[in-house]
Ligand binder design. Structure first.
Ligand code: AMP
Ligand code: ZN
Length: 114
């Protein structure tokens, strides 16, 4: 997909601090971490938003959650807890139109609406 920053990271055209990669998924640090641990889990396939998901994508989304769980364990934040967030569309403030799951933790987190 042209002009998609996350497709560009997946293609290794734009550098990123990559934490995980397999044939379907990549995870890398958020360029502006909002908390101590802030990693984005993305499908390699370009899907703009949760709104665009089809039934066939269910296993992919499940796998993204499992990668988040794995990375939380790897970063040592599982025991204290963390937050997983999908922003979807305008009202959520989604700015990158390529599905991404925010893994946020490593410190106490504020209210959901912060
Ligand atoms: P969202 O508001 O859910 O669309 O969040 C997009 C996130 O992507 C923000 O937290 C940005 O800091 C992050 N971001 C934007 N560009 C990059 C990039 N080149 N590498 C890593 N993270 C990025
Ligand atoms: Zn993309």
């Amino acid at each position: 997909m042209e002009d998609c920053i996350f497709c560009s990271i997946v293609a290794k055209e734009t550098p990123a601090n990559i934490e995980y990669e397999d044939e379907e998924i990549m995870a890398f640090w958020d360029i502006e971490p909002k908390v101590e641990v802030h990693i984005l889990i993305v499908p390699k396939k370009h899907i703009p938003s949760i709104t665009d998901l089809q039934d066939i994508d269910s296993p992919l989304i499940g796998k993204m959650v499992m990668v988040a769980k794995l990375l939380a364990e790897k970063k040592g934040i599982s025991e204290d807890g963390y937050r997983l967030v999908f922003n979807v569309g305008k009202h959520s403030g989604q700015v990158v139109n390529h599905i991404h799951l925010h893994l946020m933790g490593g410190e106490p987190l504020g209210e959901m609406t912060d």
